[in-house]
Ligand binder design. Structure first.
Ligand code: NAP
Length: 333
C-alpha cells in the first residue's frame, strides 16, 4: 500500500459536532522507521471521551489538533515490521485509530489473541477500555458488595451493559438500568437486568423510585444531570456512586440545572467518587482473567453495533452520541 485514508478534525465544534467537524483525507503511508510497524486497521472505536478532545481547553488529556488526524483505539494486523516482537500477521491493539493504515513504534502496540474472543472488536468493548471502566468503576470506585441494589444509567451502552452484567455475575440483589428506547429496555431484560426503563417515558426520579421501591445502594453514573439527581434521591444511607461520565452535558452550551439535591449527600452520608480508567492499569490483568471467564461462560454478553467503512466513522461517532448504538459502537474499516 502507498496511500491511506484518515479522518482529520476540520474545525472545533460548538455544541453538537456536524459533518463539517470532520474531513476525510488521503495521505501517503511512510516507510516504517527503526522499531516501527505498519498496521492495517480492521476495527476502530468511537467513544464519548472523543467529544471532549475536540474542545480546546484544560482536560486530563490533550485536545485533538485542528487539521490533524484524530486518534483513538483500534485493532489491526501488522503488515510491515521493524520490531522483532511484532512479526507480520500479528493482531495488535493501539491508539492510532481514525485511519486505514497506522505507522507507529512497536512499543505502543499491544498484541491481542483473536482466538480468545468471538470477534477481535471485543478488545475495543467488553474486553477493552469500556469493560475495564465498568469493572473498576463498579467493584473499586463504588465498592460493590453482593446483595447491593445497583442502578446504572446509559445501561444499554458499552460501559453500562457490562456494569449491569458484572453486578448480576457478582451477586447483586437487584439491578436497574435506564436507556433511551423501548428496544434498549427489552435488551436490558434479555441481559438479565431485574428492571429497566426508558428515560423518555417520564421523569427519571419517578421511574427510578418505582423500579427501586426500597431504594438503591449503588449508582453507576454515565449520564449526570437528571439521572444523578434521581439517584441521590433514591440512594439509601451510606450509598456509593461511581461518577463515570455525564454524557447528557457533553454537547451542552449552558451549565446544567441538575442535580439540585446534592445537599442530601450529607445527611445520607453518601460517597460520590469520580474516576478515569487510565489511572487503573494495575487492574487490567485481574479484569482480563475474570471478564474472559464471564464471556466464555456467557455471564457477560458481548454486544456491539458495527458501522462499515472509515468514511462512515464520523456518522458512527455522532450516532453513538445520539444513542443509535446497542452495546459498543465500532467501525469496521
Ligand atoms: P455508550 O453508552 O456506548 O454510548 C453513549 C450512550 O449515551 C448512547 O448510546 C445514548 O444511549 C446515551 N446518551 C446520549 N445522550 C444522552 C442523554 N442526554 N441522556 C441519557 N443518555 C444519553 O458509551 P460508553 O463508551 O459506554 O460511555 C458511557 C459513559 O461512560 C460516558 O459518559 C463516557 O464518557 C463514560 N466513560 C468514562 C470513562 C472513565 O474513565 N471515567 C471511560 C469510558 C467511558 P441512550 O439511547 O440510552 O440515550
Amino acid at each position: 500500500m502507498t496511500t491511506s485514508r484518515e479522518i482529520h478534525l476540520a474545525a472545533r465544534p460548538h455544541g453538537w459536532p456536524t459533518a463539517e467537524t470532520f474531513r476525510l483525507v488521503t495521505v501517503d503511508v511512510p516507510d516504517p522507521g527503526p522499531g516501527q510497524v505498519v498496521i492495517h486497521n480492521q476495527f476502530m472505536s468511537v467513544d464519548p471521551y472523543m467529544r471532549g478532545r475536540m474542545n480546546d481547553g484544560p482536560s486530563y488529556a490533550p485536545p485533538y489538533e485542528v487539521g490533524k488526524v484524530m486518534h483513538g483505539r483500534a485493532v489491526g494486523e501488522v503488515v510491515e515490521s521493524d520490531d522483532p516482537a511484532l512479526p507480520v500477521g500479528r493482531m495488535v491493539l493501539h491508539e492510532a485509530g481514525w485511519r486505514e493504515y497506522a505507522v507507529i513504534d512497536g512499543r505502543h502496540a499491544t498484541p491481542v489473541d483473536p482466538a480468545a474472543v468471538p470477534t477481535v472488536s471485543a478488545y475495543l468493548g467488553a474486553l477493552g477500555m469500556p469493560g475495564l471502566t465498568a469493572y473498576v468503576g463498579l467493584l473499586d470506585m463504588a465498592a460493590f458488595q453482593p446483595g447491593d441494589t445497583v442502578f446504572v444509567s446509559g445501561a444499554a451502552g458499552a460501559v453500562g451493559s457490562v456494569v449491569g452484567q458484572i453486578a448480576k455475575a457478582r451477586g447483586a440483589a437487584r439491578v436497574i438500568g435506564s436507556a433511551g428506547s423501548a428496544t434498549k429496555v427489552a435488551h436490558l431484560h434479555q441481559l438479565g437486568f431485574d428492571a429497566a426503563f426508558d428515560y423518555h417515558d417520564g421523569p427519571v426520579m419517578a421511574q427510578l423510585a418505582q423500579a427501586a421501591p426500597d431504594g438503591i445502594s449503588v449508582y453507576f453514573d454515565n449520564v449526570g444531570t437528571d439521572h444523578l439527581e434521581a439517584a441521590i434521591n433514591s440512594l439509601r444511607p451510606f450509598g456509593r456512586v461511581a461518577l463515570c461520565g455525564a454524557i447528557s452535558v457533553y454537547n451542552a452550551t449552558e451549565a446544567p440545572a441538575a442535580p439540585r439535591n446534592l445537599g442530601m449527600a450529607v445527611g445520607k452520608r453518601l460517597t460520590l467518587r469520580g474516576f478515569i480508567v487510565s489511572d487503573h492499569a494495575d487492574r487490567r490483568d485481574a479484569f482480563l482473567t475474570e471478564m474472559g471467564e464471564w464471556i466464555r461462560t456467557g455471564q457477560v454478553q458481548v454486544n456491539e453495533t458495527i458501522v462499515d467503512g472509515l468514511e462512515k466513522a464520523p456518522d458512527a461517532f455522532l450516532g453513538m452520541l445520539r444513542g443509535e448504538n446497542l452495546g459498543k459502537m465500532v467501525v469496521r474499516i
